[in-house]
Design a protein around this ligand. Structure first.
Ligand SMILES: Cc1ncc(COP(=O)(O)O)c(C=O)c1O
Length: 469
């Protein structure tokens, strides 16, 4: 039951939103007639609706009713350089005038693959797709073909795209539309090395272990310290293919992904998002003997793979432009140091807001590199969250194994508080990704961050005043 003050606030924030966005509301009504829930992605369904975007540039996007947003959604994490970065946009424009699909080979696909092999430690050879979902599907198929085994291990609360294998969770029950035969081949474990050891003990039916190298949901739920190295050792001993899903983390924290930062090289790496400079694209890169199962030379183990838009010239051009900036010798000073500095400023700003609001231990902001996550845990009585939000602190890292902690971090902000916060932020011209965090890009300036912190302080004050926190 909502408290009366909450209902009032719900009404007030929503009223303001509805009054300010008449064109978005009209479009939403039209969308409901042709699109389920009026949207094209389950993560973009908002109550009462998300605003409709007209155009975007740098750190901002602009909606159809003329509002400007400081954007932290950043193309679901694909826009490391912000919207319409000049070099990437120009590369795409130049390519459009030369044609967007040749139905044949082009030099761009070679240059794109060469850049991946240069940057990503595990990458000896590459195959391209149109999305990250396809990349993880193919990585799993490669592992099955290489080992002759059918099962896979993934970890609870993790995400690898929308395909059947990802959809299976801890219950082992096939979700709507997924064959039980698929669910029977998916083993979902907690992120504890002992659980993986136990699963592999005396068994020879597991083809692959897959996990997001930076932890669940772009680091919302970090992996326990040392987990990647432990998995590497174990999977090598058991001859199980180790797959890192670096679809978000690839090129995000540094040019070589989490594998370069942690010095752990998987057998296969899945890439997408930043890979294609904000255009559709995905890739599996890894050991040449595994990727070569896509070559006719693999004989009876040959995997036939089609895909109309694999390495299409437009995505390749944008991808080459983005990866060339990342491969440049000054990438640390021009890209990674500044975005981390801005993200530190934002995280510290949000945590000051929480401290000033007396929300220590109940709300905090954390994250790695350019990524931030906001966790509100208003009813918390049993977990001592780090005051500065440093969930990577050695002492705190241990308790990450606890399932309560994991569930709360992954949830971030419980409903209906999340919707309230989103409305408060939308009304103040700031957009997070999925309402619980986001990505700082090269285009975000210190004054964008300060404006965001001010908007956030206003949003928290509004929530608090009306009894939400
Ligand atoms: C870790 C991870 N893996 C896979 C995917 C799927 O990628 P795509 O949306 O390009 O299919 C995503 C998408 O957000 C992701 O975050």
């Amino acid at each position: 039951m909502l408290k009366e003050t909450q209902l009032e606030q719900n009404y007030a924030a929503q009223e303001q939103f509805l009054a300010a966005n008449p064109t978005s509301l009209e479009l939403h009504e039209e969308a409901l007639k042709v699109l389920p829930d009026g949207v094209t992605h389950s993560g973009r369904r908002w109550d009462p609706t998300g605003v409709y975007i007209d155009h975007a540039a740098g750190a901002y996007k602009f909606d159809v009713d003329g509002h400007r947003y400081i954007d932290y959604w950043m193309g679901h994490g694909s826009l490391l350089f912000g919207h319409a970065h000049p070099a990437i946009a120009q590369a795409a424009i130049d390519q459009i005038s030369k044609g967007t699909h040749y139905g044949g080979n082009h030099a761009g696909e070679i240059r794109w693959a060469e850049l991946i092999c240069k940057l990503v430690p595990s990458a000896q050879k590459v195959r391209f797709f149109s999305s990250g979902t396809e990349a993880t599907m193919m990585a799993l198929r490669l592992a099955r073909a290489a080992t002759g085994r059918e099962k896979m291990i993934k970890f609870g609360l993790r995400f690898h795209g929308w395909h059947d294998y990802n959809a299976v969770n801890e219950t082992g029950v096939a979700p709507s539309g997924v064959p039980q035969a698929v669910a029977d081949n998916v083993i979902v474990l907690p992120t504890e090395i002992g659980a993986v050891e136990k699963q592999l003990e005396g068994q020879h039916d597991v083809a692959a272990i897959i996990l997001e190298a930076d932890g669940a949901s772009w680091g919302t739920l970090p992996n326990p310290a040392g987990f990647l190295a432990e998995l590497r050792k174990l999977s090598s001993e058991k001859q199980v293919i180790l797959i890192f899903d670096e679809i978000v983390s690839g090129f995000r924290y540094g040019p070589g992904g989490v594998q370069a930062l942690e010095g752990v090289t998987p057998d296969l790496t899945c890439l997408a998002k930043i890979l294609a400079g904000g255009f559709p694209g995905g890739a599996v890169a890894g050991r040449a003997d595994l990727i070569d199962l896509l070559s006719v030379g693999a004989g009876s183990r040959y995997i036939v793979h089609h895909g109309t838009f694999n390495a299409n010239p437009l995505s390749a051009a944008a991808g080459i432009a983005a990866l060339s900036l990342i491969a440049a010798p000054d990438a640390q000073e021009k890209i990674y140091r500044p975005i981390e500095q801005q993200a530190n400023r934002l995280r510290a700003g949000f945590n000051s807001v929480f401290q000033e609001a007396g929300l220590n231990g109940k709300a905090f902001c954390y994250g790695r590199g350019s990524v931030f996550h906001v966790c509100f845990d208003p009813d918390n009585r049993d977990i001592e969250w780090p005051l500065d939000g440093d969930v990577y602190a050695p002492g705190f890292g241990k308790s990450l194994a606890g399932s309560q902690v994991q569930t709360r971090l992954k949830r971030g902000i419980p409903e209906p508080l999340k919707t309230q916060l989103r409305l408060e932020l939308d009304n103040r011209g700031v957009q997070f990704m999925g309402g619980i965090g986001g990505f700082v890009s090269v285009a975000h300036t210190a004054s964008d961050i300060d404006e965001t912190v001010e908007a956030f302080a206003g949003a928290v004050a509004g929530l608090q005043k009306n009894g939400w926190l």
